[in-house]
Write a protein that binds this ligand. Structure first.
Ligand SMILES: *Cc1c(COP(=O)(O)O)cnc(C)c1O
Length: 217
């Protein structure tokens, strides 16, 4: 538990997988966490954070960004098409691109601004009806569509079903990425980031193992 422990575990998993030191980006998922916990992790020198709601991120990150240099913010939750402009201003990466309309709006902003957050396409590897993400069968076409829009496509993201072996989903995501020539893999959370690193994760999204349990009450 805690930032230092997780950093060490990431480094060990990189070494065990024969991956270069520092090849995995640790995203500290700060959603719902009390601000003092987030500030403590900033004080420890960590700068890469993930949030799953645009509005919640808007409420806390402008202030933290003003106080701490070099913050890099990743949107890891759903993005509504009417919030894309706010999202591109606030986030350095968006991991939840999963439909043409959303990709089109992000591409329009990129044209307008001459810059864009890094883009990850979310794949619904478990084909769960309630979950966001493009279906695996539609992924190749959607990747090509995003490329044709000139979006800075960094890789793929998945959230495995809670009741299934995550490594099967990590392997599937890695396979889709490989056949499409994509190097980024956003996969692995508190319970399974080491397995994800073994299967090629370049970005792990770790919340409760760094900050402690989230209190939704
Ligand atoms: C909350 C969240 C995480 C972090 O979950 P933990 O189990 O607390 O590590 C990772 N990815 C996404 C998309 C999330 O919403």
């Amino acid at each position: 538990m805690g930032l230092e422990d997780i950093r060490q575990k990431v480094a060990r998993a990189e070494a065990e997988a024969g991956r270069a030191p520092g090849s995995v980006t640790l995203i500290a998922v700060s959603k719902v966490q009390p601000l003092d916990r987030v500030e403590a992790v900033l004080e420890q020198g960590h700068r890469i954070f993930g949030e799953n709601k645009v509005q919640e991120a808007q409420g806390k990150w402008p202030d933290f960004k003003a106080r701490f240099d070099g913050v890099e913010l990743h949107l890891i939750g759903p993005l509504q098409s009417n919030k894309t402009r706010v999202a591109v201003d606030l986030f350095d990466a968006i991991h939840s691109v999963d439909r043409p309309k959303l990709a089109r709006r992000l591409a329009d902003h990129a044209q307008e601004l001459g810059a864009s957050p890094d883009i990850f396409i979310q794949v619904n590897t478990g084909e769960e009806p309630q979950k966001a993400g493009i279906l695996p069968a539609d992924a190749d076409d959607f990747i090509a569509e995003c490329r044709a829009m000139d979006l800075p496509l960094r890789g793929l993201m998945c959230i495995p079903p809670v009741d299934e072996t995550p490594s099967l989903h990590f392997a599937l995501l890695a396979k889709i990425a490989e056949r499409n020539g994509l190097s980024g893999l956003s996969m692995g959370m508190s319970a399974d980031f080491e397995q994800a690193i073994a299967l090629g994760a370049t970005h792990v999204r770790v919340g409760s193992a760094i900050f402690g349990a989230r209190d939704y009450g």
